[in-house]
Design a protein around this ligand. Structure first.
Ligand code: C2E
Ligand code: CA
Ligand code: CA
Length: 894
């Protein structure tokens, strides 16, 4: 159980919150760590990738802008060179003439011919003004457009002033509000120098911002993008998309990034747009040959448009993965949690359904599991004794609630000392309960304690052990304990010391038991037991060996005379009448005595010899005691030999039957004869049936012997006169065989003897044993027509009650009543009573053992029907009987 429990407990611990630490260390913990790490990696990776992509997107946006700016700068360098070709040509012509003064210049250039040259050399277009000539005061002197020229001055224009002021400056560009052509125009002004480098005037050529803006649009930078052209002073010349209000505005002043655009040959950066205030990426590039800057810009927003789509995709993929992992983890945990709940339920069920109180502590003396049984066992409070509570608190609570008597600290230390070993011990509670406490260490330093109330079990075991060694009726030691005791005594016997074994057989117990009932018999045995105990000392042992056999072991004997005195005391005790359920009963005993070691130093020898001594006492007429003597052994051997002889004799036909006549007391006529068995032994002569019938009964030989007597006697009687009946003794043992009636019928049939001439003599012992069976057989016999006589009447206990049970034909009054019948105070009143009772029930009476004439006379007067005894004749052989019968009554009476 402990391993299963441990396993369950280990799992169970994972459930408790306070052991979350343990969970982290376990495989589930690693799973969580791994999953969280994976999710974090996905999240971090996604963020890093996204920000990298963002940087890339911005970088790419910048690159796009940079290359656009570069291409545009190159394009316009080229385009403005082409644009400058007519101007340069005009200037070349003018300068080649070597004009020395502005007046000359003015007068020579302000002619129709020059106008024609201008018109052909630099034709006007829709968004291009071919050429204009201004003198050193800024007045228009000629133009490709119109002739005569209108009165126009550019003296206050910046480009004019710059070119006039700085002789090294070749070209100046400015956006101006046009008075003639488009609302605004970009003016490219070039200086015309005289022979010695003096300022003569300027040649301008203009272009509409829209002409440039149309090209900007062709770069296709996207909706959020803008392309502008500034001169290096910061003035905005053109912009795509076009915003009228912005053209001409100066952007030079502003944050550093903005200024850098006008100061550095190229610039890439990010700034807040001064135009729309948006966060923008910009790239600028100065033209090589002109003081112009191309600026391409786009909002960061638009640069990140693609990145945003990517980001959404990344985030959804990463989010999906994290969600999937979390879901998987959740499902795993839910499953584990369910399993754990189930395990906990199983554990709780298991723990709460065991018959022991159970406590499980961990290495820190903390209670982990405690079942209901433990709480109930000691009547504790489940609010105190619960998981988490400390060992010391458990003991204190038990002390406080009264289920523990000892001192808390010593017991606490005792438990700590023994917790790492498997131990089991039993303690007794103040309430007298016996509790078996078992301690079992579990892995990890904890230990399991079980408490089991073993009171009933131990008491039952004690009872069983007691039953195995004690007799349940008398509570005396039984044969087993008796033998053990004797064996021990023999083993421990000191030299020169002796002890005695007495075998005591209660005489006549069987008939007490049988006639008065088992309850009375049992009571009688109990009284014998207590009387025997009263006869011996405290160190002596009285045992009941079974039935009516008792034994006494006298632990120390110095003189045999002590034992004689003891035997006599026992006799007296048993003889003394005792009241058993209202019946006055007294009996006697046959006692056999053997003294160790003289009568046997070995258990079997000693007991066998005590037994032999007891048999000797019985054989010597009971009511006495005998010390073992070696001859008894010989006598027992002789008895065995006799038994063998008996069998042989029966098979070889060594038995004979003698007949004793029964005489009618009124007529003195022989009315019948009783068949009495005789054994003529070749060595020992005639042996009395009193000597061998009991042996034949004991060995079962009586069945064959009795059948032989029956057949033989019937055959003999068939030869007698019809008036003479035959009486045959039937042993109670023969009544155990159900074939008795059949055998009787066969004997009658074979001999031809009439059934009414056969009388069967039975003793009351027949009816004692198994009333119903025997009664049935008796009735069968009666049905054959055979008569039944009750033999030895008066010797038993309740002869009268048997008379009521079966309608006997005859009562044979026992010799013991006849012996003293003639004496004063003798048995005549009893005989008188029997005779009148028998007469009342139509039974005849026969008196046995009539030896004197006086006895015969008394019996005749008392009304007895027949007599039998030596007075008339002892039992005689069959041949002799013939004479007797023929001699007639007159002879007999003499
Ligand atoms: P029992 O049936 O009471 O037989 C009468 C006994 O008294 C006989 O002893 C007989 O010889 C003896 N007896 C007769 N008259 C006198 C007398 O005047 N004085 C004295 N002292 N004794 C007298 P026995 O023949 O020795 O038989 C002893 C017992 O053996 C019988 O007692 C009977 O119980 C039993 N027995 C004899 N033969 C058989 C038999 O064939 N079958 C059975 N089952 N038992 C038998
Ligand atoms: Ca008889
Ligand atoms: Ca008799």
């Amino acid at each position: 159980m402990s391993t299963l429990l441990e396993r369950l407990l280990r799992r169970n611990r994972a459930v408790s919150a306070r052991d979350a630490l343990r969970l982290r260390r376990g495989p589930t913990g690693w799973l969580i760590v791994f999953a969280v790490a994976l999710m974090s990696a996905i999240a971090i990776g996604t963020v890093l990738t996204i920000s990298k992509f963002r940087e890339d997107a911005i970088e790419r946006g910048k690159q796009d802008l940079e290359s656009a700016a570069l291409l545009l700068a190159r394009h316009f360098d080229q385009r403005f060179d082409d644009f400058a070709v007519p101007q340069k040509a005009i200037i070349a012509v003018l300068e080649s003439q070597g004009i020395e003064s502005p007046d000359v210049f003015r007068s020579e250039m302000g002619t129709l011919a020059v106008h024609e040259v201008l018109r052909t050399r630099a034709g006007d277009g829709t968004d291009v003004v071919g050429a204009k000539l201004f003198d050193d005061d800024g007045n228009l002197i000629n133009s490709s457009q119109r002739w005569p020229v209108p009165d126009i001055t550019v003296a206050n224009r910046a480009y004019f002033q710059q070119l006039k002021r700085d002789p090294r400056l070749r070209v100046a560009i400015e956006i101006v509000s046009s008075r003639t052509t488009w609302p605004q125009a970009i003016v490219f002004a070039r200086r015309v120098s005289g022979l010695h480098g003096e300022f003569l005037g300027v040649v301008t050529r203009s272009i509409a911002p829209e002409a440039l803006e149309a090209f900007f649009a062709s770069t296709g930078l996207g909706a959020q993008a803008s392309v502008t052209m500034h001169n290096t002073d910061g003035a905005l010349l053109a912009r795509y998309p076009h915003v009228d209000a912005l053209i001409g505005r100066n952007f030079r002043s502003g944050p550093a990034a903005q200024r850098a655009v006008f100061e550095q040959p190229s610039f890439v950066g990010r700034l807040n747009s001064p135009i729309d205030g948006k966060d923008r990426l910009i790239a600028s590039r100065k033209l090589t040959n002109y003081p112009l800057v191309i600026v391409a810009s786009s909002t960061v927003d638009s640069a990140l448009a693609a990145w945003r789509t990517q980001t959404k995709f990344f985030i959804s993929v990463a989010g999906g993965s994290i969600l999937l992992i979390a879901l998987t983890l959740y499902l795993i945990f839910r499953r584990i949690a369910r399993q754990l709940t189930l395990d906990k339920l199983r554990l709780d069920t298991a723990v709460n359904n065991i018959s022991q109180g159970l406590l499980l502590f961990d290495a820190s003396e903390r209670l982990i599991v405690c079942n209901d049984k433990y709480i109930q066992m000691y009547g504790l409070s489940p609010n105190v004794i619960k998981p988490g509570c400390m060992l010391r608190d458990v003991i204190r609570h038990r002390k406080a609630t009264g289920s523990f008597d000892g001192d808390v600290e010593p017991y606490y230390h005792h438990i700590l000392r023994t917790k790492d070993t498997s131990t089991t011990y039993i303690v007794e509670t103040s309430g007298g309960r016996l509790i078996q406490i078992s301690n079992e260490p579990v892995s990890g330093g904890g230990w399991l304690i079980t408490h089991e109330d073993v009171t009933e079990r131990l008491r039952a075991e004690e009872r069983i052990a007691h039953l195995a060694h004690y007799d349940s009726l008398t509570d005396l030691p039984n044969r087993i304990l008796f033998r053990e005791h004797v064996e021990r005594k023999l083993a421990e016997l000191a030299p020169d010391k002796k002890f005695a074994v007495l075998y005591i057989d209660v005489d006549e117990f069987k008939s007490i038991n049988d006639s008065l009932g088992h309850h009375v018999g049992d009571e009688f045995l109990k009284s014998v037991a207590s009387r025997l105990k009263s006869c011996v000392g405290p160190s002596d042992l009285v045992a009941r060996l079974g039935g009516d056999e008792f034994a006494v072991v006298i632990s120390s004997v110095s003189e045999p005379s002590e034992l004689t005195a003891l035997a006599e005391a026992i006799h007296r005790a048993i003889r003394h009448p005792s009241d058993c359920l209202g019946q006055e009963i007294s009996s006697d005993a046959s006692i056999g005595i053997a003294i160790a070691p003289g009568d046997g130093a070995e258990l079997e020898d000693l007991l066998k010899n005590a037994d032999l001594a007891m048999y000797a006492a019985k054989a010597d007429g009971r009511h006495t005691h005998r010390f073992f003597a070696p001859e008894m052994n010989a006598r027992m051997k002789a008895r065995r030999a006799l038994e063998l002889d008996l069998r042989r004799t029966l098979s070889e036909g060594g038995f004979e039957i003698h007949y004793q006549p029964l005489v009618d007391l009124n007529t003195n006529v022989v009315a019948g004869c009783e068949a009495l068995l005789r054994w003529r032994h070749p060595d020992r002569g005639m042996i009395s049936p009193a000597e061998f019938i009991p042996l034949a009964e004991e060995t079962g030989l009586i069945n064959e012997l009795g059948e032989w007597v029956l057949r033989r006697a019937c055959a003999d009687a068939a030869k007698w006169p019809d008036t003479v009946t035959l009486a045959v003794n039937v042993s109670p043992v023969q009544f155990k065989s159900r074939t008795l009636a059949m055998k009787v019928a066969a004997a009658l049939g074979n001999s031809g003897l009439s059934p009414n001439r056969l009388e069967l003599e039975i003793t009351e012992a027949v009816l004692i044993r198994d009333d119903e069976e025997a009664l049935a057989i008796l009735h069968q016999l009666r049905d054959l027509g055979v008569r039944i006589a009750l033999d030895d009447f008066g010797t038993g206990y309740s002869s009268l009650s048997y008379l009521r049970r079966f309608p006997f034909d005859k009562i044979k009054i026992d010799r013991s009543f006849v012996t003293d019948i003639a004496e004063v105070g003798g048995s005549s009143p009893i005989v008188q009573a029997v005779v009148s009772m028998a007469a009342a029930r139509s039974m005849t009476t026969t008196a046995e053992g009539v030896e004197t004439e006086t006895q015969r006379e008394v019996l005749r007067r008392l009304g007895c029907c027949q007599m039998q005894g030596y007075l008339f004749s002892p039992a005689v052989p069959a041949e002799k009987l013939g004479e007797l019968l023929r001699s007639g009554p007159s002879h007999a009476v003499a």
